[in-house]
Design a protein around this ligand. Structure first.
Ligand code: DON
Length: 304
């Protein structure tokens, strides 16, 4: 498969549409990003790297971090997580509060904000310096030390993250947070603020397309079963209340973020990250989803 030619074709086709969608503005710091940015990086387990556009430019990974923190939590506590968090699509927006009350403070899945707050709480309880450990883990996955929290983004979200604060305190009232809500929120906002390029995110997701093994060291990041769980969770919950449409159009396990990034994996074949800041109303990148749809359609490669 000539991935470079494929990415260039897609980039060319979408060039006239750069800037489509709405850049996230509910976290003011995110609204500063130029809407016409667009990049793709595709990595293959044998070391291949194919890029177009702004693939080396850093962006705010936001909810893509939920994939990395879930992976770390699975390593730390395994199936214990599922006593405190479900694994069904929510059918509601990623920051919705409505299900939490009727479902006793147990979030539907780890990829909505409430679920990621529980995951952040688990990590906080088990690691001495949890924020530093998450950063270290993501750097190891990506094979790059040039990955940092963006303190301005974390502070901007802390100042405006009233819904997340409501969720955290609500879950605390149900006994589903072990740590003080403010500590959990601080950890969560920092995870979301990670600043990475498409190349770094594609690297970090490659273990999911490589049998759970780190592509460079060959060590198991997660077990083969956990790799299955993570990919399944991406298919069913990775793009919020657009998962059905996304699975139909793209047909790959994927995780999106309101920074405009989407990471997707094709088992045994590739990991890809697309970035374009303009979002649809569910919070997924408009051109990112379109680029992935074209990638799987033109290459005839999808999990289905
Ligand atoms: O908690 C929030 O609202 C953001 N830090 C992350 C949301 C996000 O990326 C959801 N994605 N589509």
């Amino acid at each position: 498969m000539d991935y470079q030619a494929l990415l260039e074709r897609i980039h060319g086709e979408l060039a006239s549409r750069l800037g489509e969608g709405q850049v996230a503005s509910y976290i003011p710091e995110l609204a500063r990003v130029a809407p016409d940015r667009f990049g793709i990086a595709l990595r293959t387990p044998d070391g291949g790297l194919y890029t177009v556009g702004d693939a080396e430019e850093k962006f705010s990974v936001q909810s893509i971090s939920k994939l990395f923190t879930l992976t770390l939590a699975m390593r730390l506590v395994g199936d214990e997580l599922w006593a405190r968090c479900g694994r069904e699509p929510s059918g509601t927006s990623f920051n919705s509060l409505v299900q939490l009350e009727s479902e006793g403070g147990i979030p539907r899945n780890p990829f909505i904000n409430a679920g990621a707050l529980v995951v952040s709480d688990l990590i906080l309880s088990r690691l001495d310096d949890a924020k530093a450990s998450v950063l270290e883990f993501v750097r190891e996955l990506a094979g790059s030390d040039d990955i940092h929290f963006d303190e301005a983004v974390a502070a901007s979200e802390a100042a405006h993250g009233h819904r997340n604060a409501a969720m955290a305190h609500f879950m605390k009232s149900f006994g589903n947070l072990e740590n003080p809500a403010d500590r959990v929120l601080d950890a969560y906002f920092h995870h979301c603020s990670l600043s990475m390029s498409c190349v770094q995110v594609a690297n970090a997701g490659l273990f999911l397309a490589n049998g759970g093994l780190h592509p460079t060291t060959g060590e198991a990041v997660v077990s083969v079963n956990q790799k299955k769980y993570l990919n399944s969770m991406m298919v069913t919950c990775g793009t919020y209340d657009a998962v059905g449409e996304f699975a139909y159009r793209v047909g790959l396990p994927a995780k999106s973020g309101v920074g405009g990034g989407i990471v997707a994996t094709m088992p045994r074949t590739f990991s890809v990250c697309v970035w374009s800041p303009g979002l649809d109303k569910q919070g997924n990148s408009v051109l990112g989803a379109l680029a992935l749809e074209r990638l799987t359609t033109y290459s005839a490669q999808s999990i289905f």
